[in-house]
Design a protein around this ligand. Structure first.
Ligand SMILES: Cc1ncc(COP(=O)(O)O)c(C=O)c1O
Length: 459
């Protein structure tokens, strides 16, 4: 394929997408999808015609996440400028380890980090990561290097470390603790009230684990929890972390975008006192996957935590290596993801980001009020843009039967392509978790969704 064919195919993708059916998907049967996509590999050169056929097959069976019926995730579709940013990164295909091979992208990445940190009032540096999960892991690795300087060399032998976090924090915290060799049994799950860690419980937990000879490695706060959308009181936790000398990592992967909303900015008050922060631009801000950053007050700790042990100097020996980002990343090859945030920011501005947040907040409030007004459903929780609902129990219905109604209705909507939403356990019961995360979800569309949900329960 030559560049002329390439450009024609890009045009073809854009035209096909513009004309694509407004359906979430054309079926979820794995065998049917597999059959329509193949062949997957080829011995001979099929050229642009075969590539075109493959593109068409993909567009036929890939979920259309930009539709209002897509409510299954914290993202959906992508801002046009971000798609251009993604293409731009591919056109000048490079990697982010060294200034020499990515001078422009390195400066852009640093400016994006600075721009987000500044809006948080957080005096920080940082790095783009493979996602919020990776950001949380980096936070804990840095906390370890902070607590036990040199532990990237010595390991953690002789230390009984533990991590304090809410019982509703994201599973990536568990996963990171496991990968660090600490073990998930060392996570102290601090009880919450409506998803928010309570200071007395946190203080009690710190005193208890210290009394048992454990060393608290970090407190991980969540700003926008996955199911409930809860925001911790970041100032209260910062007070406790500072008093006890414990690293404070804030997982703002979901809730971070409120920094752009003048109406809701105060939900993140206190984030500027964190030691490290996870922030995803690929969720509510509309950057395409993946566009995520890890922010840290003390960049030297991050560099030590990466433990490159001065190897790989051949990669970094350019004249302006002091500018290079490679030494503070766990990745060697790394995509120029910052370009997506950069172009989107220039396109819609901070104001546009704020409007995305405010719109999602308005839609969530609307569906929460609607749910409250309907006899058929119960509003279980509404925080941020997360709204959790259950069907009103029938007479003599057991909680398990209620769970199975939720699962059945959700599956039905997903299977027939009416709506995609998740169900999740909250306070021990299965709920439909709705989240307004992208602008095509509107008050009209959520009204229709609720009506379809109620009908799915009836059939
Ligand atoms: C609170 C929270 N933290 C972290 C993550 C992980 O982010 P990512 O999907 O970018 O790895 C999520 C994902 O939804 C999340 O909800």
């Amino acid at each position: 394929m030559n560049t002329h064919d390439r450009d024609a195919l890009i045009q073809h993708i854009l035209l096909s997408e513009a004309e694509a059916q407004s359906r979430l998907h054309n079926g979820m049967n794995p065998q049917v999808i597999r059959q329509s996509l193949g062949p997957f590999t080829s011995e001979d050169a099929g050229g642009s015609e075969r590539v075109k056929a493959a593109i068409d097959a993909y567009l036929q069976s890939a979920v259309k996440t930009d539709l209002p019926e897509f409510m299954r995730a914290f993202w959906g579709g992508a801002e046009p400028a971000s798609i251009i940013g993604s293409l731009l990164a591919d056109i000048r295909n490079t990697t982010m380890h060294s200034f020499a091979v990515s001078p422009a992208a390195t400066i852009i990445e640093r400016e994006m980090i600075r721009g987000i940190a500044e809006r948080m009032g957080f005096n920080a540096n940082g790095i783009f990561t493979t996602g919020g999960s990776n950001g949380n892991e980096l936070g804990l690795l840095c906390a370890r290097e902070n607590l036990i300087p040199g532990s990237h060399r010595t390991g953690i032998q002789g230390h009984r470390l533990c991590v304090l976090t809410s019982d509703e924090s994201h599973y990536s915290v568990d996963s990171a603790v496991n990968r660090m060799g600490i073990g998930i049994d060392s996570i102290i799950r601090v009880p919450t009230n409506d998803g928010v860690m309570q200071s007395p419980h946190l203080i009690e937990a710190i005193q208890r684990v210290k009394g048992e000879g454990m060393e608290p490695l970090a407190i991980v706060s969540t700003a926008g929890s996955t199911v409930r959308g809860a925001f911790e009181d970041l100032n209260a936790i910062a007070d406790i972390a500072e008093e006890h000398g414990i690293w404070h990592h804030v997982d703002a992967a979901w809730g971070g975008p409120v920094i752009f909303s003048s109406r809701y900015r105060n939900m993140l008050d206190g984030i500027e006192r964190a030691d490290s922060v996870t922030f995803d631009a690929h969720k509510m801000l509309g950057a395409s996957m993946v566009c995520s950053m890890f922010l840290i007050r003390d960049e030297e700790i991050l560099e030590n935590s990466m433990a490159h042990t001065k190897k790989g100097d051949y990669l970094f020996d350019d004249p302006v290596s002091s500018q290079s980002l490679g030494r503070i990343s766990p990745q060697c090859g790394r995509r120029a993801d910052a370009l997506k945030l950069w172009l989107t920011w220039l396109d819609i501005g901070s104001e546009g980001f704020g409007l995305r947040v405010d719109h999602c907040m308005d839609v969530a409030e609307y569906i929460a009020n609607l749910a409250q007004s309907l006899d058929e459903v119960e509003l279980i929780s509404h925080q941020f843009t997360n709204v959790c609902i259950r069907f009103t129990p029938k007479e003599d219905e057991t909680p398990e039967e209620g769970d199975s109604r939720v699962r059945k209705a959700r599956n039905k909507l997903e299977q027939d392509g009416t709506a995609m939403v998740i169900d999740s356990v909250l306070d021990g019961r299965l709920v439909i978790r709705f989240a307004a995360a992208h602008p095509s979800i509107t008050k009209d569309s959520v009204e229709e969704f609720l009506s379809n949900l109620v009908n799915a329960d009836r059939t």
